[in-house]
Design a protein around this ligand. Sequence first.
Ligand code: FE
Ligand code: FE
Length: 362
Amino acid sequence: MPFHNLGPALFPFEVLIDTCCSLSIIYIVIPLYRLLSRTLITTNTHAKLLKMAPSATYDYEEHAGRALEEISDAIDEVNVLKDKAKKRSQLPPAYDEASQFDAAKDKTQFRQYETACDRVRNFYREQHEKQTVAYNLAARARFNSPSRARPELTVWEAMERLDALVDDSDPDTELGQIQHLLQSAEAIRRDGKPRWMQLTGLIHDLGKLMLFFDGAEGQWDVVGDTFPVGCAFDERIIYHDTFAGNPDSRDPVYSSKFGIYEKGCGLDNVMLSWGHDEYLYHVVREQSTLPPEALAMIRYHSFYPWHKEGAYTELMEDKDWEMLKAVRAFNPYDLYSKSDGLPSIEELKVSLLTFHGCSGLG
Ligand code: FE
Ligand code: FE
């Protein structure tokens, strides 16, 4: 009988059996091995259990060999699991994994509009009164006009140019825009998120440059939370009462629940109030290789009534739910990084500006 037919139980004696080529050896060696191992275990066990009552040791000798094998197998299994867990922990976190950098922050301190200063409330009154369907159509026509000036800037040049702006709509920071962009990108980097998301954090507010370049009428058509125009203004929009001064709120179509849209039409087909999100979204969609999730982070990052309050979900199509997940993953880095320490601009400039995929804006 060839050795390989004897099964794996004889494996420890394979070399010996190959050498001897005799079944009689098998019959001698196997019982000898069993006897030896049992004797060793029993001797050892007796040495340890001398002082125990016989009833406590009754079954121990019978099963000691098997029990040891089982323990050894279990240890091997634990080691394999430990190895797997170690490898898993070395993988970078997925882009939509919960943010870590803000774990110790008091989130209730942000977006406190009830106690915001007059600057913020006055800003929103003006924005809510002037963002009409008519204005939005005109703004898009201006953006798409071949005669529109399209200055070419590197990302860093754009950030420097923007730094003069203090956002009137923001109750959480009075820092310049370079600081805010670096804080966002750095928080994403510290959390180990992908480089495309770090880049998104670095550029997400560069659309505010339209204030200088694109004939914007004031901050009201550049910054602030966004919302759809052409349908009823949802009550979950901050300072909702100030829409009373918007002529669309008295228009029979624009003030109806779906207005000019249909249920489930998809957010791609919804006209969001004109501002820096929408502006940069169109620029980056044409000029970068950023993934759809990044484009959604840019286009919807100020759409708080949707991504924070859950409004306008009836206008969404299937893919918008994935985009909502992306925007929610991005939001902590935009909002909660504002209370981080001031970044070292020169240090971060070197580490963050080695991206591919977006070389200039125009
Ligand atoms: Fe923004
Ligand atoms: Fe921002």
